[in-house]
Design a protein around this ligand. Structure first.
Ligand code: FES
Length: 170
């Protein structure tokens, strides 16, 4: 959690908000702790609530679940859908499965890197987009494909990417 800064209302609010979110996650842990394979479920729900899984939250989960921190961090590192960095408002996932790759998926990634000025896995400085890649989103017949949040874009033309992104700046 962020360190306390005296007289700074916004930091105090953030800290208070953090506490609330940790409490909510704590309640989930109480509910799931004794179930088989509960760590992944708890991590999913914690990420949904907090947005990502910073070290401070990993420590909290490890302590409350009575597990070593290395186990919690190990699971987070193993699965690509867990993130230890804050995500942007919108997540772009470009498919690099075989069909998309051979039909230009890599060109889409390269163009997005150029437009957004970030690498894969990073978030733009304005916090709007996080750029990720994935393997097959089930639209192989209309490759290359990508998703922005829950919306699937098919037969994506790299030259039309800016137009697509513009919709999300509003
Ligand atoms: S390989 Fe891209 S949608 Fe299947």
């Amino acid at each position: 959690m962020s360190s306390e800064v005296k007289g700074c209302q916004c930091c105090c609010d953030a800290k208070e908000n953090d506490r609330e979110l940790f409490d909510r996650i704590g309640e989930i842990i109480e509910k799931y702790r004794d179930r088989e394979g509960s760590l992944i479920q708890v991590l999913h729900m914690a990420q949904n609530i907090y947005g990502y899984l910073p070290l401070e939250l990993q420590k909290y989960i490890a302590e409350r679940m009575d597990k070593p921190l290395s186990e919690v961090s190990g699971v987070i590192t193993f699965y690509s859908f867990f993130s230890t960095q804050p995500k942007g408002k919108h997540t772009i996932r470009v498919c690099l499965g075989t069909a998309c790759y051979v039909r230009g998926g890599k060109k889409i990634v390269d163009k997005l890197i150029e437009i957004l000025g970030v690498e894969i896995g990073d978030t733009t400085p304005d916090g709007i987009f996080t750029l990720e890649v994935m393997r097959c989103i089930g639209a192989c017949g209309l490759a290359p494909a990508m998703m922005i949040d829950d919306v699937v874009y098919k037969q994506v033309n790299p030259n039309k990417l800016q137009q697509i992104l513009n919709k999300y700046y509003r």
